[in-house]
Design a protein around this ligand. Structure first.
Ligand code: ZN
Length: 243
């Protein structure tokens, strides 16, 4: 059985409690921000507590989330992309959109260097688009040791509440190309992207069989489990930023 290491994850906190963000440190209101959440997370058919959040609000078990009133923009660096890598990502984003109600917009391709860690605003002042980078272990140490991908987001505090602003997913292109040659290769590779998107929107690992957020997967596990779905629905019900 092919075991996929999905181990890498990170969460960056930009501004700690002792350096609370002033409103001016927060990105400007994006032009596509809406007055109400863009989508609605589905009712979870079999709620389960087999999930964990990457970050919670100070003194609370409520998760840190993205602003559901704003689409999450994504730029893709295709340097080591597998064949049909954009379709793989778009299918994974569809799964994520269905599970959270969050909206995703792929802005296109880039070969610009990744912005330095902690950058949260784009040149126009709005939130920095998230980056999905097709990379390899020679370029990114975090992909060494058979790790297929990593994912995480940057959170910033505004008016006493934390939000994820932007994030990064790294995918090991050569390893995913290998996975694609295996049994149910397409589904297995898509599951890796879904797992990393899970980290991006705020799910941490759980050690429960049947959840896509296990730190190690295999090609038999290609769809969300009940715990994943419960956590993802919660992550889609975050507060909107009051710009
Ligand atoms: Zn992981």
């Amino acid at each position: 059985m092919l075991v996929l290491m999905l181990g890498g994850l990170f969460v960056t906190t930009l501004l700690g409690e002792d350096r609370s963000a002033s409103a001016s440190a927060y990105p400007d209101r994006p032009p596509d921000a809406e007055a109400a959440p863009i989508g609605t997370p589905p009712d979870v058919r079999k709620p389960s507590n087999e999930f964990a959040f990457m970050r919670t609000q100070d003194g609370s078990s409520d998760p840190v989330t993205y602003d559901p009133c704003v689409p999450i923009h994504i730029l893709v660096d295709p340097r080591t992309s597998v064949d049909d890598g954009m379709r793989l990502l778009e299918e994974a984003l569809d799964e994520m959109q269905d599970a959270t109600g969050l909206a995703f917009v792929v802005d296109g391709l880039t070969d610009d260097p990744r912005p330095s860690e902690g950058t949260i605003a784009a040149a126009d002042g709005g939130p920095l688009p998230a980056r999905v980078a097709w990379s390899d272990p020679g370029t990114d140490e975090s992909l060494e040791g058979g790790v297929a991908g990593t994912g995480g987001s940057v959170s910033v505090k505004r008016d006493g509440h934390w939000w994820f602003i932007t994030g990064t997913i790294l995918l090991d292109g050569p390893q995913l190309a290998e996975i694609l040659t295996g049994p149910r290769g397409w589904q297995a590779a898509r599951a890796v992207v879904m797992h990393e998107l899970g980290h991006l929107v705020g799910l941490n690992h759980v050690e429960t069989p049947g959840q896509l957020m296990q730190p190690e997967g295999d090609e038999s596990l290609t769809t969300w489990g009940d715990g994943d779905l419960t956590g993802l629905a919660a992550l889609g019900r975050g507060k909107c930023v009051n710009y």
